[in-house]
Ligand binder design. Structure first.
Ligand code: NAP
Length: 244
């Protein structure tokens, strides 16, 4: 009932939450296919996995290019676990949201997971087992000023999570999502610290998460330990407060 001997593709695993998930899956015995654009950081993650006695392989692909998404699916091959983690988050009021940023959110956060499930789930179904975890965000269910496009693109992903869970249940594939709250990553390091603190203050725990804390939940849902859980969105968000 564990994940040793399984193969997992983790998109956006060169940094942040994806990196932490890849390291933990490898520690539990899976071969981790570490996807990203930055080859140096990708090879560093693989080296870290191998130093700890695990197995990993880097696959480079820019997911804004559909041809590269399809190549990634091809190169990943017969996987047991898919973690749709790569994503983009730009906080802007609607009046300042450009067409390009609209497309980037919908492409990276919604269309890429859709294409990867379309390409990779049939193989899982043919082999009779698989587990997919989509990385959403608390902003998909909490209306947050300035996070409109981000929240909407991930809300679509949460809806697809439920639909895929129903669609693939009789094929032995479980599909779940994790909705993290504010988490310390390369992406949030680039944000204004005051903004991050404001978001952290809306959690009961009153702090940002470390990526490893989010990875625990992702790996649980990916593994057979969650064998009776599908179509769920698990918040890993420090406890929601309606009034901060
Ligand atoms: P991050 O530190 O910004 O890292 C993003 C990862 O995605 C990197 O590995 C990056 O690869 C990859 N990526 C970005 N654009 C890409 C593209 N066009 N093609 C291929 N790969 C691309 O991200 P994070 O903060 O860990 O976030 C990971 C996921 O968690 C996202 O889906 C995000 O929405 C979600 N999330 C994050 C937080 C948070 O507070 N951090 C909260 C809720 C949800 P390269 O660097 O190699 O290009």
């Amino acid at each position: 009932m564990d994940i040793s001997g399984q193969t997992a593709l983790i998109t956006g695993a060169t940094a942040g939450i994806g990196r932490a998930v890849a390291l933990q899956l490898a520690r539990e015995g899976a071969e981790a296919l570490v996807h990203g654009r930055d080859a140096q950081r990708g090879h560093d993650v693989v080296a870290e996995i191998e130093t700890a006695g695990g197995r990993g392989r880097f696959i480079e692909a820019d997911l804004t290019d559909t041809a590269q998404v399809l190549r990634l699916a091809q190169e990943a091959g017969e996987i047991d676990i898919l973690i749709n983690n790569a994503g983009v988050y730009k906080f802007l009021p609607t009046s300042q949201m450009t067409d390009e940023l609209f497309d980037l959110h919908m492409n990276l956060n919604t269309k890429v997971p859709y294409l990867l499930v379309r390409e990779l789930a049939p193989g899982m179904a043919a082999r009779g087992h698989g587990s997919i975890v989509n990385i959403s965000t608390i902003a998909a269910s909490v209306a947050t000023k300035g996070a409109g496009m981000y929240g909407a693109s991930k809300a679509a992903l949460e809806q697809l999570t439920e639909i895929w869970a129903a669609e693939y249940a009789d094929k032995g594939i479980r599909v779940n999502a994790v909705a993290p709250g504010p988490t310390r990553t390369l992406g949030t390091d680039a944000m204004d610290p005051a903004t991050l603190k404001t978001i952290a203050d809306t959690t009961a725990l009153g702090r940002v998460a470390e990526p490893e804390e989010v990875a625990e939940a992702v790996v649980f849902l990916a593994s057979d330990r969650a064998s009776y859980i599908t179509g769920e969105v698990l918040e890993v968000a420090g406890g929601r407060l309606s009034i901060g």
